[in-house]
Design a binder for this molecule. Sequence first.
Ligand SMILES: Cc1ncc(CO)c(N)n1
Length: 228
Amino acid sequence: MEGKTKEKCEKSGIIEMWAKKHLLYTEATRHPFILSIRDGSVDLSSFKRWLGQDYVFVREFVPFVASVLIKASKKSDDGNDMEVILGGLASLNDEIAWFKSEASKWDVPLSNTVVHKANQNYRRFLENLMLPEVDYAVAITAFWAIEAVYQESFAHCLEDGSKTPSELQDTCQRWGNEGFGEYCRSLQKIANRCLEKASSDVLTKAEVTFLRVLEHEVEFWNMSHGCA
Ligand SMILES: Cc1ncc(CO)c(N)n1
């Protein structure tokens, strides 16, 4: 990108531009499953299905985040990236403990979970992104998108006027809280910085990867909602 276009991107950020440009971003962050939590009509068996499957997802997400950390340590020219990503790994550690206690609260068994197709497809996608030849800019964009979808979705369930059932407040707080929002903005900043310096080939790959993440997120919500 040259001249004015580049300047414009630097102001609004490439990430923000993509999130605005692609309707899929809104489809992922305003999915019927999330809207059903927000309006209180959620079917609790859907919630329990989501809980069991997301625990499986999170355990697979950890090695992906570790691979992003490795890329940051090799590629990054900004000393702060590593701390942000390490913070993400630490919060995943808390998240795994949270899933265990939440699952026991809801009587959802976490061992022997039948891993749903959407989860398997997501895992395969993450495995490919872990390969050393995947550019740091592409991997960090995917990482941001994965976290941002949950942040925006669950924060929506906590806004004024939402009728989120009290027993689901804790779940919404986990990803919808201001600290998690701040962490997502840090990831977004890193991604924007990498994308601004990226070649057009890497930029294209990152945008396609962003869209694939959104598709996997929609499929994941569909599975929870019982539409897949
Ligand atoms: C499917 C999915 N996407 C994103 C997150 C955020 O960590 C999660 N826990 N699960």
